[in-house]
Design a protein around this ligand. Sequence first.
Ligand code: OAD
Length: 248
Amino acid sequence: MNSTLEAAAQVVVRGKSIVALTGAGISVESGIPPFRGKGGVWERYDPMEYATIDAFLRHPEKVWRVLLLDMIATLEKARPNDGHKGLAALEGMGYLDTVITQNVDGLHQQAGSRDVIEFHGSFAGFHCLRCETPAVIQQLDLGVLPPPCSCGGIFRPDVIMFGEMIPPAHLHRAHQIAESCDVMLVVGTSATVQPAAALPFVAKEAGAAIIEINPTATPLTNMISDIFLKGPAGDVLNRLVAAVEHIR
Ligand code: OAD
């Protein structure tokens, strides 16, 4: 076992209140591309053209046809990987309390995590822009884009687009958790999108240890991360869980 991994396992075993903040990187090994970097979603689609609420309201047919159907098809095929399962295992062992995820893929819940804050919403649900009727994908008529509601409105996914607020209840709870945890695992996020990117700073300021898991350094790495476990989330979390089991 390398010493950095062992140090991280010691911090986890001694932690009293541990939270994970996850981003797109944890789902890469499930076949879902990240947003930034090579092969990222924003390399193929300009977020200003496809991912802002203004763009959606101006051109809902185009955003549905080009971006949303593509994302839905990718998410339908995805299954939890060892990264999601590793966090669920840490929860099962009593070490991890909550996952705050920026992901909209539902894979943490599928892996067995029970307390998941979906900071940017979820593709599991949709609602009508006009009458707010909720729906699941099977209830939408995707033969017509944007999918119409019987009230004359159109459906949109329950995800946060750029230019929209994080639901206040989620923001409030995530802040409270960040302020009160003593360890934050930051997994697979570039830590560049606010307000999620502020959460590790809130935790650090309140005295928490930051353990970061990522194949690439981020703005957090040399600034506030106490331990940087370099590598893909699945492999690193497998090894971290094994190390925790070994010393607990
Ligand atoms: P990004 O695409 O910005 O960053 C993905 C991170 O995952 C990078 O730091 C990669 O180095 C890392 N990564 C890549 N492969 C990995 C692997 N196998 N294991 C672990 N890490 C890996 O994704 P987010 O930080 O989640 O918001 O982006 C934040 C938000 O920006 C998203 O929620 C989305 C996006 O625009 C909205 O759409 C509102």
